[in-house]
Design a protein around this ligand. Structure first.
Ligand code: 5RP
Length: 215
């Protein structure tokens, strides 16, 4: 699978233009993208990073990491996903970086999602849906999610996000209407963000392979 991830990541470089500040996601597929970005670092103006993990890798390769507050709207955001349906709706957050990822996706004109073929699904939900939650609201949010969706929330024990919060992974969902579920879960007090990227979904999806498939 690592070859497929690398091939998707390398194809995404086609979207990088000279002088760009590039939004960068998190995960093993994005790690290949950062490697590729490192090779053209003199052509770009810098990056906005979605996690401490990606920031460390970007800096190690000599790429300047900038604050989103000072860059304004970005032209391009590149990130992976845990699941992707045919409408480019995504489940993300397997790496617990969903909130910053969602912020940068929202701030970007183009979101290019890079995945290996195992991430493609007809209906989202086999991958447990990550939800970032304020720690004191963990039990409340879990009860609400169960009542509203029937899904089984499981606390990702031992994980604290870069924002100091916890993650619930919601099992046994079949997400037939991703925007509606995203709206519903966003209304629960204590939810910081939901790992459903449907309101702001991907614009371009690159599925790694020889050759990569783009849709
Ligand atoms: C991190 C994410 C990642 O994009 C997602 O988990 C996919 O990771 P990988 O590329 O390692 O398969 O959403 O929060």
């Amino acid at each position: 699978m690592s070859d497929a991830k690398r091939l998707a990541a390398e194809k995404a470089i086609d979207h990088v233009e000279d002088g760009m500040i590039v939004g960068v996601g998190t995960g093993s597929t994005v790690a290949y993208f950062i490697d590729a970005l490192g090779k053209i670092r003199d052509r770009i103006a810098g990056a906005v990073s979605s996690s401490e993990q990606s920031t460390a890798k970007l800096k190690a390769l000599g790429i300047e990491v900038l604050e989103l507050n000072s860059t304004g709207t970005l032209s391009l955001y590149v990130d992976g996903a845990d699941e992707c349906d045919g409408n480019k709706n995504l489940i993300k957050g397997g790496g617990a970086a969903l909130t910053r990822e969602k912020i940068i996706a929202e701030a970007s004109r183009k979101f290019v999602c890079i995945i290996d073929p195992s991430k493609r699904v007809k209906v989202l939900g086999k991958f447990p849906l990550p939800v970032e939650v304020i720690p004191m609201a963990r039990s409340l949010v879990a009860r609400e999610i169960l009542a509203r969706t029937g899904g089984q929330p499981v606390w990702r024990d031992g994980v604290t996000t870069d924002n100091g919060n916890v993650v619930l992974d919601v099992h046994n969902l079949s997400i037939v209407d991703p925007p509606a579920l995203e709206r519903e879960l966003n209304q629960i007090p204590g939810v910081v963000s939901v790992g459903l990227f449907a309101r702001r979904k991907a614009d371009v999806v690159i599925v790694g392979g020889e050759p990569p498939q783009v849709f």
